[in-house]
Design a protein around this ligand. Structure first.
Ligand code: SF4
Ligand code: SF4
Length: 226
């Protein structure tokens, strides 16, 4: 039996529910479903559509992330401190827009920076997550292309979020469009592995990173030229 499958990753309890496998599957053979017992998202495979290409396993951060290889490939060097990683600079701050500051999380920094990047034409959209209007308990990752849409997604989501399913929208975007991606470490690990196998994501990388540390979680914004 082939253990190198995302089904095995799920069986081994290594799946983080990041959604990268769904976005990168060329045959739309994966659906994210809720594991009712654990309350987390897991991928479900449609074996009739799957041709065993193995891409989903290659991009999966659940079973392995080779930090040394990724650091050398992306930044050309290993970080001085493996716990912090490679970075350009670290800042603290908050939005000076009263509404954004007080209605977002941690001073609204991520929301404000995304709006700035959109309005300055640095990006065409941002992968963010809002809660569904018809089901406020269900997260909805999507590409925000306006200030209003970024604001819809403000605030932390205290539930499992398969954010990387929305990478599919970036993969289907027009040539030359640029995107920011907001995610937790497991999402960014999946994204990094996806870059290794997908030219559209790989060629578009702009290595400017803004990292936002909130409580015990880290949120990264990465800007892509896709
Ligand atoms: S093996 Fe290939 S076709 Fe099958 S689910 Fe994974 S990515 Fe999709
Ligand atoms: S890519 Fe993400 S969602 Fe898919 S199996 Fe791996 S950890 Fe789970």
């Amino acid at each position: 039996m082939n253990d190198h499958t995302i089904s095995q990753v799920v069986k081994d309890n290594l799946c983080t529910g990041c959604g990268t496998c769904l976005a990168l599957c060329p045959n739309e053979a994966i659906e994210m479903v809720i594991d009712e017992k654990k309350g987390v998202y897991v991928p479900e495979l449609n074996e009739e559509k799957c041709n065993n290409c193995g891409i989903c396993y290659k991009v999966c951060p659940g079973h392995e992330v080779d930090f040394k290889e990724l650091n050398l490939e992306i930044f050309g060097k290993e970080p001085d401190d493996i716990l912090i990683g490679n970075y350009l600079n670290c800042y603290i701050g908050y939005s000076t827009d009263y509404d954004i500051r007080y209605n977002s999380s941690s001073g609204g920094l991520v929301t404000q920076l995304l709006i700035f990047a959109l309005e300055e034409g640095i990006i065409d959209g941002a992968l963010v997550t809002r809660m569904k209007k018809d089901n406020p308990l269900e997260p909805e990752p999507f590409i925000a292309r306006t200030r209003e849409e970024v604001i819809e997604a403000r605030g932390s989501k205290y539930c499992p979020v398969p954010a990387n399913v929305a990478l599919k929208e970036i993969l289907n975007s027009k040539e030359g469009e640029k995107f920011a991606v907001v995610g937790l470490p497991c999402h960014i690990h999946g994204l990094r592995k996806a870059q290794q196998v997908n030219e559209k994501l790989k060629e578009g990388v702009d290595n400017r990173v803004i990292s936002h540390r909130n409580h015990h979680r880290t949120c990264h914004i990465r800007i892509y030229n896709v």
